[in-house]
Write a protein that binds this ligand. Structure first.
Ligand SMILES: [Zn+2]
Length: 183
């Protein structure tokens, strides 16, 4: 999809909603990695078929590798998440899982939205897009956009919740520090 904001909402929702198992930063950033393909692809209407990143097979590998690379920068991730007030601790398996899941969610949405995506490559038919048979293209795509926007709103709410949890945790640890300065 040409508008990464739609993907950010869906991936942000799963990242923040399932923070215990999924790295919220990696799952969102995975959208950028997978769409690099669109920048290099020969152009419409085959813009998702250059490196096969927009497939479960290659995308899964790329996502796992991306998670691994992110883990090398775990210090940066820890600091950045503290800055935006999300309770967080970088873990290798969570980052790898988030990389794979992030690209797979992206492939699912693009698979529904674009004809040229081949989610099950090397099988070439886009089974997801075929589900739209009998529905006008613009109506179908509008529906997907609305679903993505609903996820975006939910993701924003989850972010607010994460910030509240972060602040609460911080407040719990703060009094002992304050006492030591007063005493
Ligand atoms: Zn895409």
């Amino acid at each position: 999809m040409p508008f990464p904001v739609y993907h950010m909402g869906v991936n942000g929702f799963f990242g923040l909603g399932f923070r215990k198992w999924v790295d919220p930063a990696v799952i969102v950033l995975a959208n950028i990695v997978v769409d690099l393909e669109v920048l290099f692809a020969p152009g419409w209407p085959h813009s998702h078929r250059y490196w096969h990143f927009h497939t479960f097979l290659v995308g899964g590998f790329v996502g796992a590798l991306f998670g691994l690379v992110c883990w090398l920068f775990k210090g940066l991730f820890n600091r950045s998440m503290r800055l935006i007030r999300i309770p967080y601790e970088a873990r290798l398996w969570k980052m790898v899982f988030a990389g794979v899941l992030g690209i797979w969610l992206h492939v699912i949405i693009d698979g529904f939205y674009h004809w040229d995506v081949q989610p099950f490559w090397p099988y070439k038919k886009n089974v997801l897009r075929q589900l739209s048979h009998g529905i006008r293209q613009d109506v179908w795509q509008d529906r997907i956009e609305v679903i993505c926007l609903v996820f975006t709103v939910a993701a924003i709410l989850l972010y607010v919740r994460a910030v509240i949890v972060f602040n609460r945790k911080k407040a719990k640890t703060a009094p002992s520090g304050d006492n030591s300065t007063h005493n």
